[in-house]
Ligand binder design. Structure first.
Ligand SMILES: [Zn+2]
Ligand SMILES: [Zn+2]
Length: 277
């Protein structure tokens, strides 16, 4: 299997290892130490955390295995779309959007990834942790993964804190155990901090229907527009609710299910705000 080869990477392996580590310490050390796995609150917490962990693992697999979307070899831009670069500046409207590495036309929002050595539809960024590009077809899985991972790490941190607070440290003999708790604490707090930042950032992007690349392009476009006394607006922002449904799907019940992507089309064109005449 070609796609299976994506797992043969150190960062992907590290993520799996980290997930396994956090899962084991949360369930078998902290829940056990805090209320005991045999007690009903202990079992319930372990059960809920296991579901969260499974959702993380499943979304992670989908992110790694799903092709982010490639440009069909037959793609030729519509005459009408030729000026659309996603930036809408005068300079771009006269110039054809062609990839100088693939020598093929680039649909709007498509970018060339140097790591994948190809053009990726609605490219967000290349992510080493999944050894894959985050693009049109796996962005939802990536977004959902970030959310689940954030919730799981917050959950784990809360259990860790509860465990540490009720533990009688006077009775704990042996420095290695204390060091172990410190290492776990540092890992969990760092993880929670970085995952919350990542999720917050992507919630902002989803609400604006922007990709990470478009955010930086937009900053430049805004600056250029201001210099010439014009204003710039992200052309794919159709309003928060519509933006969410474009990315997560029209059915609210499947918003958080990573494989529910039947609402996605070919990724070659996107509804956008036309400038009013
Ligand atoms: Zn390319
Ligand atoms: Zn890539």
């Amino acid at each position: 299997m070609m796609k299976g080869k994506r797992f043969l990477s150190l960062p992907v392996f590290s993520v799996l290892l980290l997930m396994g580590f956090v899962y084991c310490i949360t369930v078998f050390v902290f829940i056990e130490d805090w209320i005991g796995l045999q007690s009903s609150p202990g079992t319930l917490n372990a059960f809920v955390f296991s579901i969260l962990a499974s959702l993380c693992l499943f979304s992670f697999f989908i992110c790694v295995l799903t092709d982010p979307g490639h440009v069909p070899s037959s793609y030729i831009p519509d005459v009408e779309d030729r000026g659309i670069s996603g930036l809408g500046t005068a300079q771009n409207s006269t110039e054809q959007k062609k990839c100088d590495k693939c020598f093929a036309y680039k649909p709007p929002r498509t970018h060339h990834c140097r790591v994948c050595r190809r053009c990726v539809l609605r490219m967000d960024h290349h992510c080493s942790w999944i050894n894959n590009c985050v693009g049109y077809r796996n962005y939802k899985a990536f977004f959902v993964l970030a959310l689940y991972a954030t919730i799981a790490s917050i959950y784990s941190t809360v259990i860790f804190i509860s465990c540490v607070l009720q533990k009688d440290w006077e009775l704990v003999r042996g420095t290695p155990l204390k060091i172990f708790y410190v290492i776990c604490g540092v890992t969990l707090f760092t993880l929670t901090g970085s995952l919350s930042t990542l999720s917050g950032w992507h919630v902002y992007l989803v609400l604006r229907n922007k990709t990470t690349i478009e955010y930086y392009e937009g900053k430049r476009a805004k600056w250029l527009a201001r210099k010439s006394g014009q204003s710039y607006r992200h052309p794919f922002n159709l309003g928060a609710y519509k933006n969410i449904t474009m990315i997560l799907g029209p059915n609210m019940l499947t918003w958080l299910w990573p494989t529910a992507i039947s609402h996605l089309k070919n990724g070659l064109d996107f509804p956008m705000l036309r400038d009013s005449p």
